[in-house]
Ligand binder design. Sequence first.
Ligand SMILES: Nc1ncnc2c1ncn2[C@@H]1O[C@H](COP(=O)(O)OP(=O)(O)OP(=O)(O)O)[C@@H](O)[C@H]1O
Ligand SMILES: [Mg+2]
Length: 366
Amino acid sequence: MAADPAPHRLDVRHLSRSFGALSVVDDVSLTIAPGQVTCLLGPSGCGKSTTLRMIAGVERPDRGEIRIDGQAVFAPGRNLPPEARSVGLMFQDFALFPHLTVAQNVAFGLTGDRAARALRVDELLERVNLSGYQKKHPHQLSGGEQQRVALARALAPRPRVMLMDEPFSGLDNRLRDGIRDTTLEILKDEGAGVLLVTHEPDEALRMADEIALMRAGRIVQRGSPYNVYNAPVDKAAAAFFSDINVIRGVSRGALTETPFGAFLTPGHADGAEVEIIIRPQHLKIDFDRGGRGPNPTPQEGTPARGTVVRSRFLGRESLVEFAMDFGQQKLTATVPGVFLPKPGTALWLMIRRDRCFVFPAAGRRT
Ligand SMILES: Nc1ncnc2c1ncn2[C@@H]1O[C@H](COP(=O)(O)OP(=O)(O)OP(=O)(O)O)[C@@H](O)[C@H]1O
Ligand SMILES: [Mg+2]
């Protein structure tokens, strides 16, 4: 088999795996370029770890092919063991060897002569800001320091592909951001392709060059964080990243009338039920002027009035729930944290037209 002239670090094609009757990973394909971080993001149980384990070589796929740097590591008639795949692994319970020193832990997967190994260990410890820690043992380190040793250990043999399964979830929030950034910087420098598994949208948005959104064993959307967040493929994809508001209506002549005015709904048949999805931060709030609302721009459509049911202060912003005057509709908006309207306050809401997503109503096709 000829190697690809400009191979991806990782090239996964049609990977599938069932346990008994349960299809856990279903036709997953993805590619990762050198220095690229792809986050495999999805809810618990959707098959993320199983996908990672198959790429690592510790779980056998039922079908599919896996190439690393253009070399088939799993294909019909071929199944390389984990140690022959040039993958680095980092998991949540990254378990350093407790009886080995930091330097011995980092050197664990290294071959070559003693001097070369020591050089690589020193270089990596410096990169993760642990110079001088060579002789310490894991129990003498903080959680964040242990994490950085684990990173150095995984990187030491210069893996072509780095597989990370929720590697930061054991760390406290403030530590996590720093370690995430350090980790990214080093991985990009080393030119590895990175597949990072997480169920936290914020982590994926922060770290990924590309997000592969997974649901029930399948990748339902792939794209940059910006695109996946701002152009979700369906309602569930939108809801995975934030609370959402849903306004239902019926499309007629590519328009859907709502209490907030008409929305453009091209591509939906006449009489088709649609759902207009709005993230809480895209609802604009204005004061009630003796029963009258603001004069919005055409971009903002028609204002509609509601009454505050509940306000929650979250620091940077407040989350405000409204019961709207029309119908039984409940809507949630976020406002800057300096603002915390009291329950019972009447306010007017407007919707940013350019920030809505329109989908066929759940369970129906248009
Ligand atoms: N060895 C196994 N035998 C039977 N079922 C399994 C096995 N491994 C995983 N599963 C099942 O496959 C599904 C996917 O598991 P997987 O660990 O890949 O999910 P995940 O997306 O990593 O979830 P989480 O975010 O909770 O870690 C689950 O329903 C799990 O119970
Ligand atoms: Mg998992």
